[in-house]
Design a protein around this ligand. Structure first.
Ligand SMILES: Cc1ncc(COP(=O)(O)O)c(C=O)c1O
Length: 430
């Protein structure tokens, strides 16, 4: 704190900071009082103290977060400084993050391209591996083209503001992931929210926009195929039919569906044969694909537009090509018989776990256990950790207030015994 005050003091003596403005204003007699008032507003003696109070408030509400470091982790195990834990917190649904073929592709990528891209793709950071991967992604999503981003988050932040602007509308499912909300806010479009999976409300919003706005108003409907904190699915076929009735565009986030659903792992849209009806597919390679990066798959014209407008692509250094080499290998596995076998095993694991806990079978790899109270979720998560299981407590703002939960993610790599062990311990704790 003392160090921070010194910093402020030295700043107030410099010619470059706010005080300089005050000095200039002070030379003008008429505005002297006004400048003084302004300065006292800037000269808050305790800005850091107020931030610390905000942090204390988070602690008091059981909403405080800390980073933990794990010495080793894969789809089924993590090890902290205390003990090894069975991992039920990862999104590595097929166990690909520790697949030797991906590691080899990664090494070969480094040998071929070095460790970094050196510049954004529009400058000198592009390499053939980008187009190889993007062709494979377009094929997986049965769309004419695809574009790789450094993360799923960056894909949402780049894509949404590229396709809608201040005279347009974005209609979001209430449980949409933060990146979809942030991308929508960044676009400057008017935001409308429909209650989770409520098609009637979605239709009423579409109706009212079309009834009140000029015909050229663009309307983007945004939802997820598999909801990240609930594990349930959106009614995709109905959403497509609904948005088509109002000439709206659909952006579907398949972050937790890609690799997990569909005969070739293409996601829910593939499973329901609805690829065509989704205008903009958003996906990530950081979850079932076991690597990192995000992508958009869509018509060529949309991808061309993104290349020209998506700021998270244009103004960011291209990711290391070696990552894309590993991601490409992941895609090969996901669409192969090996991928199909892993999905079967994953479904069996999920069904087994749900049976043991006597709960509805989850249609995805995500199983939430709703507890409501933040502290209860934290306590059970801590008890599980003591017993050797890593299961995160998910709280506001990741989920709505009073819906704190345990989020269990199952992988194809878990053994039947590991799943049994977690279910046994949970039954004792719940
Ligand atoms: C639904 C959803 N969309 C997008 C993302 C962002 O993906 P990435 O981790 O690749 O940035 C996540 C990640 O948590 C997610 O859960």
């Amino acid at each position: 704190m003392a160090r921070y005050q010194n910093l402020r003091k030295s700043k107030s003596n410099s010619n470059n900071g706010y005080p300089d403005k005050k000095t200039r204003s002070d030379t003008n007699d008429g505005s002297k009082a006004c400048a003084k008032k302004q300065w006292s507003k800037w000269n808050d003696p305790q800005p850091v103290q107020r931030l610390i109070e905000e942090l204390d408030d988070l602690k008091a509400k059981g909403l405080h977060r800390t980073l933990r470091h794990y010495l080793r982790h894969d789809a089924t195990h993590v090890e902290d400084h205390v003990r090894p834990l069975l991992n039920f917190a990862a999104n590595d649904y097929l166990g690909l993050a520790s697949d030797p073929a991906l590691a080899q592709a990664f090494h070969e990528g480094i040998d071929a391209y070095g460790t970094g891209s050196g510049a954004s793709r529009l400058v000198s950071g592009g390499s053939p591996i980008f187009s190889h991967l993007e062709e494979a992604l377009a094929k997986a999503k049965q769309k004419p083209a695809a574009l790789y981003f450094s993360s799923g988050y960056a894909a949402a932040l780049g894509a949404i503001p590229a396709v809608v602007g201040k005279n347009d509308f974005v209609i979001l499912d209430k449980l949409s992931h933060a990146c979809l909300i942030d991308g929508s806010k960044l676009s400057g479009a008017t935001l409308r929210i429909f209650p989770h999976n409520d098609l009637n409300k979605l239709e009423r919003i579409l109706q009212s926009i079309r009834a009140s706005q000029p015909a050229e108003t663009r309307v983007l409907v945004v939802t997820e195929s598999v909801f990240s904190m609930d594990g349930d699915l959106c009614p995709l076929a109905d959403i497509i039919a609904c948005k088509d009735r109002y000439q709206a565009t659909l952006l579907l986030d398949e972050a937790h569906g890609f690799g997990v659903l569909g005969a070739h792992g293409g996601g829910l849209a593939e499973e329901l044969c609805c690829q065509e009806g989704v205008d903009i597919h958003l996906g990530t390679l950081s979850k079932a694909a076991g690597v990192s990066g995000g992508f958009i798959a869509a018509d060529r014209s949309i991808i061309d537009l993104l290349i020209n407008r998506a700021r998270s692509l244009i103004y960011s250094t291209a990711p290391p090509p070696a990552i894309l080499a590993a991601a490409h290998q992941a895609l090969k596995i996901i669409s192969s018989d090996e991928g199909s076998r892993a999905r079967t095993k994953l479904r069996e694991n999920v069904a087994h776990f749900c049976r043991l806990l006597n709960i509805e079978p989850s249609p995805s790899a995500i199983i939430p256990i709703l507890l409501g109270c933040n502290q209860r979720a934290l306590n059970i998560s801590a008890d599980l950790r003591e017993s050797g299981f890593l299961v995160p407590a998910i709280r506001y703002p990741t989920v709505p207030p009073k819906t704190a939960r345990l989020r269990i993610s199952i992988s194809a790599a878990h053994s039947t015994e590991q799943i049994q062990q977690l279910a046994d311990r949970l039954r004792q704790l719940l």
